[in-house]
Ligand binder design. Structure first.
Ligand code: PLP
Length: 404
C-alpha cells in the first residue's frame, strides 16, 4: 500500500502551543500523571466562566439560530461590532466591511489567503502568536520576523522593522496587546509603524483580541485610529474578553480606503461565501457581549484573579536565579528569559520536554513563538496563584541541576 503523505503546503507550518511538547504531556497524562498546564490561553478549564447575560442570550437565541447566516455575518452582530470599533475611534468602520468568523483564528487564515500571492512577504513580530507565521506560510507568503525589544518593554524595534522591508513586503502584522509578551503598545510606537506602512504602501493587520484585558490603568489604542488613509484589518472577538474560547466567535473590521481595496474585499467575500458563514449561535451573543464589556474587568484589577496571578507568577519567576520576566500589562501571558551564561540551553524544545518529564509542568518553549534564541519560554498564568508558585518551585529545582 502507498503511504499517504501530508501536502507539501504544510512544509514549514508549525503550531507549537499544541505541538510535540503538549503531545508528550498528553502521553504522561494517559499514564496517570497530573500535569500543571501553563501552555494554552484557554480560561474555562481554570474555573473562569462566561458572563451570565451572555450565556443566557445564547440559550434564548439557540432556537432561532438553525439556519446559515449571511456570509459576512448576522447583521445585528456586525452593527454591534461596528459601533464597538467606532467607539474606540476607528471612524470608517461599517457593518458592510465586517466579517464574522469561527474565532479570530479562521479569519487570520482567511484574510491572508485573500491577500497573499506566492512569495509576498509579511512582517510579523518575534516573538509572535505562531498562528500568524503558520498562516502566512500556508497562504504561500514568506514570514519575515521583526524583533520586539525586551529592554524596551517588548515594544517593536522599528529600525529592525524598517531594515526588513523589501520590495516584496505586502503587510505588517501587529499583535497588540501582545501574546506572548503581554505588552500593550504606546501610541508613539504605533504612529511610527503607521509611518512605515504609509511610506512603503503596506496593509496593516492588527490582532487586538486582548484589547479589553488591560492592567495597571493601561489604555489601548487601535492602530487603525491613527491611519484613516491606510487599509487596516482589525481582528477581535469574544474568546478572551468574555472567557468564551469554545464558542469560536471572532471578527475582522476593515477600515481605510475601501475603494482602493475593492479587489481584496471581493476576495474576502469569496472566501467567506465558500465557508458559508460563521457559527450562528455564537454570532447571536455579540450585541449583548459588547454591551457587557465590564463583566470581566474586575479580574484585571488588584484583588482580581488575573491581576493577582500575574503578581504571583512574576514574583516567583524573578525569584529563581538566572530567570527574569517583564511584568505584562495585558492578557494572561508572560515570556521569561533564561540567563544563557548560567544555563547553556541550546535546544529549548528539549528543555521544555525535559522539564515536563522531570516535574510534570507544561510550558511552551520560546522558539514555538518564532523567537530566534533558545533563551525564553511562555507561561500562561491562568491557574490559581498557589499552583503557579508550585510550578515555579519545581522549575527552580529542575534548573538547579539541569545541563544540556
Ligand atoms: N490571536 C491571538 C494573539 C491569540 O492569542 C489567539 C488565541 O490564543 C487568537 C488570535 C485566536 O483566537 P480565537 O479563539 O478567536 O480563534
Amino acid at each position: 500500500m502507498l503511504t499517504i503523505k501530508k501536502s507539501s503546503k504544510l512544509d514549514g507550518v508549525a503550531y507549537e502551543v499544541r505541538g510535540r511538547v503538549a503531545a508528550q504531556a498528553s502521553a504522561l497524562e494517559a499514564q496517570g500523571a497530573k500535569i500543571i498546564k501553563l501552555n494554552i490561553g484557554n480560561p474555562a478549564p481554570f474555573g473562569f466562566e462566561t458572563p451570565m447575560p451572555v450565556l443566557a442570550q445564547m440559550q434564548e437565541k439557540l432556537s432561532f439560530s438553525e439556519g446559515y447566516s449571511e456570509s459576512r455575518g448576522v447583521y445585528e452582530a456586525r452593527e454591534a461590532i461596528a459601533a464597538y470599533h467606532r467607539g474606540k475611534g476607528i471612524e470608517s468602520v461599517l457593518p458592510d466591511y465586517i466579517y464574522t468568523g469561527n474565532g479570530v483564528s479562521e479569519l487570520i487564515n482567511m484574510s491572508l489567503q485573500a491577500l497573499l500571492n506566492d512569495g509576498d512577504e509579511v512582517l510579523i513580530p518575534s516573538p509572535d502568536y505562531p498562528l500568524w507565521t503558520a498562516s502566512v506560510t500556508l497562504s504561500g507568503g514568506k514570514p519575515v520576523h521583526y524583533i520586539c525589544d525586551e529592554q524596551s518593554d517588548w515594544m517593536p524595534d522599528l529600525s529592525d522593522m524598517r531594515r526588513k522591508i523589501s520590495r516584496n513586503t505586502k503587510a505588517i502584522v501587529v499583535i497588540n496587546p501582545n501574546n506572548p509578551t503581554g505588552a500593550n503598545y504606546t501610541p508613539e510606537i504605533l504612529e511610527k509603524i503607521v509611518d512605515l506602512a504609509r511610506e512603503f504602501n503596506l496593509v496593516l493587520l492588527s490582532d487586538e483580541i486582548y484589547d479589553r484585558l488591560l492592567m495597571d490603568g493601561e489604555k489601548h489604542t487601535s492602530i487603525a485610529t491613527l491611519c484613516p488613509d491606510l487599509l487596516c484589518v482589525t481582528y477581535n472577538g469574544l474568546s478572551k474578553s468574555h472567557l468564551a474560547t469554545g464558542f469560536r466567535c471572532g471578527w475582522i473590521a476593515l477600515s481605510g480606503p475601501f475603494e482602493l481595496a475593492k479587489e481584496y474585499i471581493d476576495g474576502l467575500d469569496m472566501l467567506a461565501s465558500m465557508r458559508l458563514c460563521a457559527n450562528v449561535p455564537a454570532q447571536s451573543i455579540i450585541p449583548i457581549a459588547l454591551q457587557n464589556l465590564d463583566a470581566t474587568r474586575p479580574l484585571y484589577e488588584p484583588g482580581g484573579r488575573i491581576y493577582e496571578q500575574r503578581e504571583a507568577i512574576c514574583d516567583a519567576v524573578n525569584a529563581i536565579e538566572g530567570l527574569s520576566v517583564m511584568r505584562p500589562r495585558a492578557a494572561f501571558y508572560c515570556f521569561p528569559k533564561i540567563d544563557m551564561r548560567r544555563y547553556h540551553i541550546v535546544d529549548d524544545e528539549r528543555f521544555a520536554i525535559d522539564f515536563l518529564r522531570a516535574e510534570h509542568v507544561l510550558l511552551v518553549q520560546g522558539s514555538g513563538f518564532n523567537w530566534p534564541i533558545p533563551d525564553h519560554f511562555r507561561i500562561v498564568f491562568l491557574p490559581e496563584a498557589a499552583q503557579l508558585r508550585e510550578a515555579m518551585t519545581r522549575l527552580g529545582r529542575f534548573l538547579s541541576t539541569y545541563q544540556q
